[in-house]
Design a protein around this ligand. Structure first.
Ligand SMILES: NC(=O)c1ccc[n+]([C@@H]2O[C@H](COP(=O)([O-])OP(=O)(O)OC[C@H]3O[C@@H](n4cnc5c(N)ncnc54)[C@H](OP(=O)(O)O)[C@@H]3O)[C@@H](O)[C@H]2O)c1
Length: 361
């Protein structure tokens, strides 16, 4: 193996996603030449991943000194991608973008490394990271799709406020404190249309004319692009729940060819066939819990607190895999992942690692 030289790496945006990118680059010992250059809309000093760092105001001169930049800024017209991606590319950087502005351009690869790293070629300079709710559903479904070809997917999500922004996480903490101490819950309508504390809000991102939200359509369109299946039938309902970090999803999947719960469990339990997936299913082997809850059929299944475990922090955890009793070749399943790690930062760093491995940067 040749020696991998360090790259001059930048991170644009210091919200939870930007901070996780910095943390994960260090955790995974990504070869960085010098310190990571951290940028945002203004220059200041900040504590990022436990260290005091100078955050620089993004400008063309900085991009000219970098090889690889992770974008973790806001979306939309004044967002980081629209303002800086062309400048970064012209300055010679490879860009990995977490935002949603550029994902559906046909010439821009939308990548989950375990599924479609082959769409990144020697000419690729800009790669998009899919949406957090898309990544975990796609990773859980792809091995089953390869085995029996998906026909139709119906998904409902339970998404944490951390999927919105750092500001949304602070808002939930404040609102929970207010609600628990009997104070009036203060809303911030620029973040959520309803109080987040003790609430479930079926409204993530803006509404489209069809009545679906953009988040729901991201799950449809991005999965079709990643699987290269433009006609795949997907129907999504996305819901914000009062959890700080970690998304859960309930998925009903129907296949063209034979599929049963036991076959799905076998595939999803095989790390070679299902990279990045951990299957937690079956009758529980914890005798104490059976005695406490008097349920001899009690089963194991993943929950958000499991993604705090070091060995599972970057995985998609699946479980509650059952035959759909209303249709042949159809199953129901549950999946859980860390939206800030595999749903954003870890996936982005894995893309960069994949490019390094292929000698593309
Ligand atoms: N959170 C998730 O689970 C998740 C998952 C997948 C993808 N994403 C996407 O990842 C991105 C970051 O998410 P987040 O939750 O970390 O966001 P956030 O908390 O809103 O933080 C955004 C950061 O980007 C900076 N920024 C915004 N516009 C900029 C611009 N035009 N130029 C330079 N910097 C700019 C902001 O700078 P200032 O601090 O100076 O204001 C801020 O530091 C978003 O596009 C989001 O949609 C998030």
């Amino acid at each position: 193996m040749g020696i991998i030289m360090g790259l001059r790496v930048g991170v644009l945006g210091v919200g939870p996603v930007g901070e996780h990118i910095v943390r994960i680059l260090k955790e995974r010992k990504f070869p960085v030449d010098g310190a990571i250059t951290i940028m945002a809309t203004s220059e200041r000093c900040e504590i990022i991943d436990g260290n005091q760092v100078i955050v620089k105001k993004a400008c063309e001169a900085i991009f000219k000194k970098l090889d690889l930049v992770f974008f973790a800024g806001k979306e939309g017209a004044k967002g980081a991608s629209m303002e800086w991606s062309d400048i970064a590319l012209k300055s010679g950087c490879v860009v990995i973008d977490n935002g949603g502005d550029l994902r559906m351009y046909p010439h821009i690869p939308l990548v989950i490394p375990e599924i479609n790293m082959d769409t990144v070629t020697k000419d690729t300079r800009l790669i998009c990271n899919p949406n957090c709710s898309t990544i975990q559903m796609a990773l859980a479904l792809y091995p089953l799709h390869k085995a029996s070809r998906l026909r139709r997917v119906i998904v409902s999500t339970y998404q944490s406020v951390g999927g919105h922004s750092g500001a949304a996480m602070e808002l939930l903490k404040t609102q929970l404190g207010q609600a628990l101490s009997g104070e009036r819950v203060q809303e911030d309508q620029t973040v959520f249309a309803h109080p987040a504390a003790f609430n479930c809000i079926p409204h993530i991102d803006r509404f489209e004319k069809s009545g679906y939200t953009r988040e729901e359509m991201k799950m449809v369109n991005e999965t079709r692009k990643i699987f290269n299946e433009p006609n795949l039938l997907i129907s999504a309902t996305t819901v914000r729940v009062p959890v700080l970090v970690g998304h859960s999803e309930s998925i009903n999947a129907e296949f063209m060819e034979s599929m049963r719960a036991d076959k799905a469990i076998e595939i999803l339990s095989d790390p070679v066939r299902s990279p990045g997936v951990v299957c937690i299913d079956g009758i529980t082997d914890n005798k104490a819990s059976v005695e406490l809850r008097h349920d001899p059929l009690e089963r194991q299944y993943p929950v958000i607190s499991d993604i705090k475990k070091d060995e599972w922090k970057d995985a998609v955890l699946v479980g509650r895999i059952r035959d759909d009793m209303t249709a042949p070749n159809a199953i129901n399943m549950w999946c859980v992942a860390d939206n800030l790690r595999k749903g954003a930062a870890a996936n982005a760093v894995q893309i960069a690692e994949g490019m390094l491995e292929k000698g593309l940067i």
